[in-house]
Design a protein around this ligand. Structure first.
Ligand SMILES: *Cc1c(COP(=O)(O)O)cnc(C)c1O
Length: 404
């Protein structure tokens, strides 16, 4: 590490709370699938800010929309209408197939909004006694960092010493539809899961899980909510991960790539019968639906569509997964190679994934991150050129083989 990087890291350490443990790389520029550190070294960004950068760094069209809007109108609050929000809501309806959306800023706010929608719907539409609503979630989920979100968590690192927690949350194993069925009661408002668990290490549920949840929720008059903040908008090779099983939820949480990594935008999309539980004054955010965010969101969706990034994710993802499997099949340190689209992971038999991430950055100039010490997650931007992607995969293979 150079003295310049070391000084910047020391400064952040000295003045910042230590709620992250970043790799010792200080980035100062990004373009497409690449980032550069303060010393000018180029890296492949194989984390993509956990999928926020599906469109790549500083996509010209998204940046142009940001700049243009920034010179016109940035914030009105929702006390007044603005001329950009309607077009984004309209486009979201076309893209998701849900007629109504509520715009927020961060992913966790989308989840919080879905959670509130489920509770209100339970009281106002289903007839659950006030204060008794239950929401079923999956163990090892990641829904963000607010108190409601960490109340859903089963990771002590996320929830430890933050109690007392939000009541009315029931946790069941992920991937087990029968466990959801057993947990249903007359007071169940909804079931909230990630269609593929990202932070848990790209955990893909057994085939039929999502469609079974869909059927169960319909039979038992319970809302099904999918948190697609990470999996949505092309990451898994479909627009939305629920499409792999045609298991359309009642509520869909989006964030991350809805901004193309430029400016936070999130949304909850759903049917009118559910979304109408929100009445004036019952929910909101000063920045939610602001014109700058809306302009960015519109451009981010347009880029996904016009550059066919969803199809790219499917094609390149299949290629990358095949190559990883072929080259890592006989490596004893590798427990499993898995993925959907460009959401890829290598699970090791030993907790060496952090070491692998450090070596990838240092020796191969590829940035990615481990989850829980045993899984290396590989999420390059969907715009990554094929040759660059395959070089990145080969780098990953070299590092994993080198650890063995
Ligand atoms: C990142 C993420 C969130 C939280 O998003 P923030 O923008 O960090 O609040 C919620 N759910 C999932 C599945 C995520 O990956």
């Amino acid at each position: 590490m150079t003295t310049r990087s070391a000084a910047l890291i020391a400064e952040a350490d000295a003045y910042g709370a230590h709620n992250y443990a970043p790799l010792p790389v200080v980035l100062s520029r990004g373009e497409g699938c690449f980032v550069w550190d303060v010393d000018g070294t180029r890296y492949l960004d194989a984390l993509s800010a956990y999928s926020a950068l599906n469109q790549g760094h500083r996509h010209p069209r998204i940046v142009a929309a940001l700049l243009e809007q920034a010179q016109t109108l940035t914030l009105t609050s929702r006390a007044f209408h603005n001329d950009r929000m309607g077009p984004l809501l309209h486009r979201l309806a076309e893209v998701t197939g849900f007629p109504v959306a509520l715009l927020m800023n961060t992913g966790v706010e989308a989840v919080e909004t879905a959670f509130k929608a489920m509770r209100r719907w339970a009281y106002e539409k289903k007839g659950v006694p006030d204060g008794k609503a239950e929401v079923i979630v999956a163990e090892h989920n990641f829904h963000g960092r607010t108190i409601a979100a960490v109340s859903m968590s089963s990771d002590p690192g996320s929830f430890g010493h933050y109690g007392p927690f939000v009541p009315g949350i029931v946790k069941v194993p992920f991937g087990d539809a029968a466990a959801v069925e057993r947990a249903l009661t007359p007071n169940t408002a909804g079931v909230l899961v990630e269609p593929i668990q990202g932070e848990a290490g790209v955990i893909i549920p057994p085939a039929g899980y999502l469609s079974r949840l869909r059927a169960l929720c319909s039979e038992r008059n319970v809302l099904l909510a999918f948190d697609e903040v990470q999996t949505g908008l092309g990451r898994t090779g479909k627009w939305f991960a629920w499409q792999h099983e045609d298991a359309r939820p009642d509520l869909l949480c989006l964030g991350k790539a809805l901004s193309g990594g430029v400016y936070p935008v999130s949304a909850v999309c759903g049917p009118r019968e559910v979304m109408e539980v929100f009445t004036p004054g019952s929910h909101g955010s000063t920045y939610g639906g602001n014109p700058l965010a809306a302009a960015v969101g519109l451009a981010a969706l347009a880029v996904l569509e016009e550059e066919k990034l969803v199809e790219r994710s499917a094609t390149l993802g299949a290629l990358a997964l095949g190559r990883l499997r072929e080259k890592l099949a006989s490596v004893p340190l590798v427990k499993e190679v898995r993925g959907r689209g460009l959401m890829l992971a290598v699970e090791l038999t030993k907790p060496l994934a952090h070491e692998a991430a450090v070596r990838l950055a240092r020796d191969e100039r590829v940035l990615c991150k481990d989850t829980h010490g045993v899984t290396l997650r590989f999420l390059p931007p969907l715009v990554t050129p094929e040759a660059v992607l395959l070089d990145g995969i080969d780098a990953l293979v070299r590092v994993v083989r080198g650890l063995a």
